[in-house]
Design a protein around this ligand. Structure first.
Ligand code: HEC
Ligand code: HEC
Length: 319
């Protein structure tokens, strides 16, 4: 049985948590916090976050360490805020330090951010809550919650000496030009079998050792949901090129990275939670999926996302 599955009964037995989820349901997020980040400025990455041994031994340092632990082992929050098999560090590598892996030192000073499209100021808490809702298929901690304070304190420390309100080279993920001939899931499938399946599994469900996720799931109930930024083929292609196979960064061609991203993201995963506030799959696609993704598209004779499976998240049961 999967780790995140075994926790479900505990959660389901707690009426108070179900009540909270109903509230979350009512306030379904309408703002797309998962919009792609702007391209990072060109140029060498010069910023270096402080070393872990330099975390001070005081209350601030304790909070930094707590945030770091939550970031690396987010499964600590399984069944409360997290309902899949992901840790923040799975997509923000090296504990949120790695350049072009959406590092947290480059994010911290860029919030609050103003977004003209919905005429709204987005805080760092809201951006983190977005990754809880979609990447972790979760129920985000409320603003001011200790979890968010700890994570933000960790990012504050990582960004020691970084400018505020100035984008730095290395922010976000690498952007890869789309190949002229587009992408090909069949080619991606072959590459996946040869170079990825040994860690992420033939069925994309990843691997656990002694109850700990060692290789994250890429599709299925344990994976990021249909609202997550990583489901965009372009975003996953940039991530894969720079980081996968693990330990062999930039070994794949751009075409390979796109083909692999399309193969991985051409599989089912938990429903986009915003589907609850929409009448149909079509309107969800129209409202929230105006980007390079396969949600709502036909793959192997079935429309992706045409289902009622919100994974293990008890707050997302919809009819
Ligand atoms: C499945 C992959 C995935 C996981 C897991 C994940 N994220 Fe993210 N995160 C992303 C993507 C994708 C983006 C947006 C990148 C883009 O659009 O270019 C992002 C962006 C962010 C940003 C904004 C970065 C910036 O420069 O503005 C923050 C902050 C963040 N994530 C925090 C977290 C935290 C905290 C967790 C764990 C609770 C987490 N993420 C888990 C994929 C993930
Ligand atoms: C040696 C084992 C290994 C191999 C081989 C490997 N990965 Fe990974 N992959 C990982 C680990 C571990 C992580 C999480 C990184 C971390 O936590 O530092 C990861 C993270 C990811 C993620 C982030 C998204 C998520 O849901 O967490 C994607 C996408 C991904 N891998 C795709 C691939 C693809 C495509 C290939 C084949 C080209 C591949 N991986 C090969 C071990 C591997």
């Amino acid at each position: 049985m999967n780790l995140w599955k075994s926790s479900l009964s505990v959660v389901a037995s707690s009426l108070s948590i179900l009540a909270v989820s109903t509230l979350v349901n009512a306030a379904a997020p309408e703002v797309d916090y998962q919009k792609p980040l702007p391209a990072a400025p060109e140029g060498q990455v010069t910023f270096k976050p402080p070393q872990e041994r330099d975390i001070p031994n005081n209350q601030y340092g304790d909070m930094v360490r707590q945030g770091r632990d939550l970031f690396v082992n987010t499964q600590q929050l399984l069944g409360k805020n997290v309902f899949n098999g992901q840790n923040c560090v799975n997509c923000h590598l090296d504990a949120g330090r790695l350049a072009s892996s959406a590092p947290m030192w480059a994010a911290f000073g860029m919030y609050p951010a103003y977004r003209g499209k919905n005429d709204k100021v987005n805080t760092l808490s809201e951006r983190i809550q977005g990754c809880f809702t979609y990447s972790m298929n979760g129920i985000p901690p409320e603003s001011g919650d200790d979890t968010l304070v700890a994570l933000e304190t960790y990012f504050h420390w990582l960004s020691t000496g970084a400018p505020i309100n100035q984008a730095l080279p290395g922010r976000g993920y690498a952007k890869l030009e789309k190949p002229e001939g587009g992408y090909d899931r069949e080619r991606g499938a072959k590459l996946y079998t040869a170079q990825c399946a040994m860690c992420h599994g033939d069925d994309g469900s990843g691997q656990q050792v002694a109850g700990q996720v060692v290789f994250p799931p890429l599709w299925g109930d344990g994976a990021y949901n249909w609202g997550a930024g990583m489901h965009r083929v372009n975003t996953a292609a940039g991530f894969i090129k720079a980081n996968m196979p693990l330990g062999k960064p930039n070994s794949l061609s751009d075409q390979d990275a796109w083909d692999l991203a399309a193969f991985v993201n051409g599989h089912e995963r938990p429903q986009d939670p915003r589907r609850r506030s929409q009448d149909s799959l079509d309107s969800t696609v129209k409202t929230f999926h105006n980007h390079d993704g396969l949600y709502g598209k036909e793959v192997n004779g079935k429309r992706l996302g045409d289902h009622d499976n919100y994974g293990e998240n008890p707050g997302l049961v919809s009819k």
